[in-house]
Design a protein around this ligand. Structure first.
Ligand SMILES: [Zn+2]
Length: 391
């Protein structure tokens, strides 16, 4: 399941300072030093695996460069420059990223400019996001994004102007390998003969796909996978993950903060499904129509995907209940609640009703997929399960 960008409330927006980067302590120090000692070179290539934070590093670095009251460790957060970077509307901070024409667009070629409002939103919601999430965010459907020659032309026109507010102009190019050869060559020219006081930051997961000539003009900064320690701190402090779950999540995340976020979202869904399924089964067992209605109405208000996920969770629990009859030690409960509930529930799933039980759940899943009315499908299911449990 993907992290839902649209759900992120504004108070959870990430404005990306050095202090917001997960891990990468040594790298942060190095980058700070180059600015503090006035040795910032004009072309950088930030590269590393998905979810490790190449883009967040470039964002924090450019914010620090543009800040007019930096304190040596991080940007100040209150100067006019920081205020503008907070919304990604600083006139000297330019972005280039892959785009394509969307359904409602009538011009021939799309460029980053056409999506700047979405881009700002995307960055604020999750600067660790991946390319396919960006494509979903701007509704590219099945199209691929690209960086066009038109884009390079526009960029070079923009950079020929003097900077507006800062000494420097900073250009962040996300996924530069999405340029065609012509666009890459234009970029190469810009990097070879850079406009005054301009800093290029190329950010990619696939540096090998860039033109060698572009690569060789840049200072290379490798972003390594996030250490387990840094990741576990982030889960504890930023996400309030329970202590007993952290080690598992960190192991499964494999150094990616993005993966960790996705796992947390999955765990939240799992907890939700468990509680609702347990309560529904209790209502069914008692034969309480009002309890059954209350829960099925709540579930039917969710998206179809979530309704299906709830029913699939139910199927899994029924299957595990049968396995429990045979006292198989291999069974793994994911949450504490399940450990307690499933053994109590298992005796009610018997050789006599397990097939009907599964059939009813599968039928409900199929009905939901076929756009059946969730309220009716789920209540109908609850009544049938109630019959099975109370036989
Ligand atoms: Zn500042």
């Amino acid at each position: 399941m993907a992290v839902s960008y649209f759900k992120t409330p504004e108070h959870r927006f990430t404005r990306m300072y050095f202090r917001d980067i997960i891990g990468q302590e040594a790298l942060k120090k190095k980058l700070l030093q180059t600015v503090n000692e006035n040795r910032v070179s004009h072309a950088w290539l930030f590269f590393g695996p998905e979810g490790a934070g190449a883009l967040p590093v470039a964002l924090a670095f450019s914010r620090y460069i543009l800040c007019t009251a930096k304190n040596g460790d991080d940007a100040c957060g209150t100067c006019p420059s920081c205020n503008k970077v907070n919304k990604y509307i600083h006139p000297d901070l330019h972005f280039v990223y892959p785009v394509n024409k969307t359904r409602n667009m009538d011009r021939d070629v799309a460029t980053s400019e056409d999506f700047i409002a979405d881009w700002r939103n995307f960055l604020l919601r999750n600067p660790y996001g991946r390319l396919t999430q960006w494509y979903d965010f701007i509704d590219l459907e099945n199209k691929q994004g690209m960086i066009s020659t038109e884009e390079s032309k526009k960029l070079s026109a923009k950079l020929s102007l003097k900077s507006f507010e800062s000494d420097f102009k900073v250009v962040i190019i996300w996924q530069p390998e999405k340029m065609n050869d012509q666009a890459s060559n234009k970029l190469l020219k810009l990097i070879e003969e850079p406009p005054a006081m301009t800093i290029f930051m190329l950010v990619t997961e696939n540096p090998e796909q860039l033109l060698g000539t572009v690569r060789s003009r840049c200072i290379h900064v490798k972003i390594s996978r996030i250490t387990d320690l840094a990741l576990s701190d982030a889960l504890k402090n930023k996400h309030n993950v329970a202590n007993d779950k952290i080690a598992d999540l960190v192991r499964l995340s494999d150094g990616s903060y993005l993966k960790a976020q996705e796992l947390i979202a999955d765990t939240d869904e799992l907890d939700y499904n468990f509680i609702k399924f347990r309560d529904l089964m209790r209502g069914c067992f008692k034969g309480s129509i009002s309890e059954m209605m209350k829960i099925t109405e709540e579930i039917s208000a969710l998206t179809r995907e979530k309704q299906k996920s709830f029913l699939e969770y139910g199927l899994r629990t029924v299957r595990e209940s049968v396995v429990l009859h045979f006292d198989t030690p291999g069974i793994v409960f994911i949450t504490e609640g399940e450990k307690e509930f499933t053994p109590n529930f298992a005796p009610f799933v018997t050789g006599k009703n397990v097939i009907s039980f599964s059939n009813e759940l599968n039928k409900a899943i199929a009905d939901i997929e076929r756009n059946g009315n969730g309220r009716i499908v789920l209540l109908d299911l609850a009544l049938k399960i109630s019959g099975l449990l109370r036989k």
